[in-house]
Design a protein around this ligand. Structure first.
Ligand code: FAD
Length: 391
């Protein structure tokens, strides 16, 4: 039994590694567990790039967190000496009366996010690879860019270790218990006790938080790297930004990146949000012909010259909530347990501030950020049990 610990953390992906780093830096004694050795490709945080943006169409209440996340990524870059965030600018492209441009602009204006509106003609001149109609426009979020998720997790883990956290890699938590004075976890290697528990299990949250019966849906997503048909120069990151492209026909948003590595790696693009429900264990990791057909059809409609030879593709997992907002808060039945789950396909950019919030909730009982919209109790939750066998 590991004694004298303040906090146990289940999961060392994007959110758990950030929580462990924040807690350790604040001087708390932390032991953190992962069933694999992150960064790894079994969950939600792999694939070399994640969009970072601050003009947030989803809900302006996220912007305060994004401003803080931006500062924390910069701090981690400075301390690690490693480039984690590439600022390329970010284009939100869509119909003038669509949700993406309108709502991004509203949130940018309200919070003073540096941006520019770009009309269709100008868009065609500056970024000729986009196929845009005359009613299309774009918002350019100047501070947007992309994070390297594997490097970010590596650096969060190193930061945690530098500040004294114990990391238990390849050590799956099989069970956790919450009693009035402490929490305990059992793994294949031992039992551990501490004052508090943070559960950041990503797409395994439905199992790890089974007692809460949160309405989480884990879905299979596919991302692709293409060799463009035309000139690769159009996609180089000194002239091509990250982007989200909405069309006005109820089709899922297309998003993508500039060329982030050597030409041979291809240019990454994907469709946001397939609804194929799975678990991490049942997810089909093969790439099917219909996966490729869908992305090619969407690229024909948005960036036709990108849909050249397919270089590579891989699967990843979203953990969706019904309202697509995160679940962060105290476990409704166990004050010593903090939950960070349901990041609904847009959580990575927030990781360091989620780590801070989860850490604050665990050791201070509250967060200085407004997190009401993330409350687990906005859903009808299960009864909770003092013991949960994860497997
Ligand atoms: C294709 C794709 C594209 C995305 N694009 C973006 C983007 O552009 N921008 C953005 O902001 N977000 C994006 N996201 C979303 C973002 O990546 C996720 O919200 C985020 O990575 C989730 O992090 P997490 O810590 O919750 O999960 P994970 O990083 O998967 O971590 C969960 C960890 O818990 C561990 N674990 C689970 N159960 C146990 C247990 N019992 N014992 C021990 N360990 C356990 C797992 O091994 C895992 O390491 C994207 C996601 C996908 C799939």
């Amino acid at each position: 039994m590991g004694r004298g610990l303040d906090v146990l953390v289940i999961g060392l992906g994007a959110m758990g590694s950030a929580a462990a780093a924040w807690l350790a830096e604040c001087g708390y004694r932390v032991a953190a567990f992962d069933r694999f050795a992150p960064p790894h490709a079994h969950g939600s945080s792999h694939g070399r790039s994640r969009i970072f943006r601050q003009a947030y169409w989803e809900d302006p209440r996220y912007v305060e967190l994004l401003l803080r996340a931006g500062d924390l990524w910069t701090k981690l870059e400075r301390e690690s000496g490693r480039r984690l965030l590439r600022v390329t600018g970010g284009l939100m492209v869509g119909p003038q009366d669509g949700q993406l441009v309108k709502r991004s602009a509203e949130s940018a204006r309200r919070f003073g996010v540096r941006h520019e509106l770009v009309a269709a003609n100008d868009l065609r001149k500056r970024w000729p690879v986009f196929r845009v109609g005359d009613d299309t426009m774009a918002l350019l979020d100047h501070g947007a860019g992309y994070l390297d998720p594997e490097a970010c997790i590596e650096e969060q883990l190193k930061h945690a270790v530098r500040h004294g956290a114990q990391l238990h890699l390849d050590e799956e938590v099989l069970e956790w218990k919450a009693a009035s004075g402490e929490v305990t976890v059992r793994t294949g290697r031992g039992n551990y006790a501490a004052g508090h528990l943070v559960v950041a299990a990503g797409p395994w949250a439905p199992q790890t938080l089974a007692d809460l019966a949160l309405p989480l849906r884990v879905t299979r997503q596919v991302v692709f790297w293409f060799a463009p048909k035309g000139d690769m120069a159009h996609f180089r990151e000194d002239r091509f930004p990250v982007y989200l492209f909405e069309t006005n026909d109820e089709q899922p948003i297309v998003y993508g990146f500039p060329l982030t590595g050597p030409d041979s790696e291809g240019v990454k693009a994907a469709v946001h949000g397939s609804s194929e429900v799975c678990t991490p264990e049942t997810a089909c990791r093969e790439i099917r012909a219909e996966d490729e057909r869908l992305i090619r059809r969407r690229l024909e409609e948005t960036l036709p010259s990108l849909a050249g030879r397919l270089v590579r593709a891989e699967t990843c997992l979203y953990t969706m909530t019904p309202d697509e907002n995160f679940v962060i808060g105290h476990h409704p039945h166990h004050a010593r347990v903090t939950v960070a789950a349901g990041f609904s396909g847009h959580g990575f950019k927030f990781a360091p501030v989620i780590g801070e919030i989860a850490g604050e909730l665990a050791v201070r009982g509250e967060s200085r950020f407004d997190i009401e919209m993330f409350s687990p109790t906005r859903f009808a939750v299960g009864q909770g049990t003092p013991e949960l066998r994860v497997r």
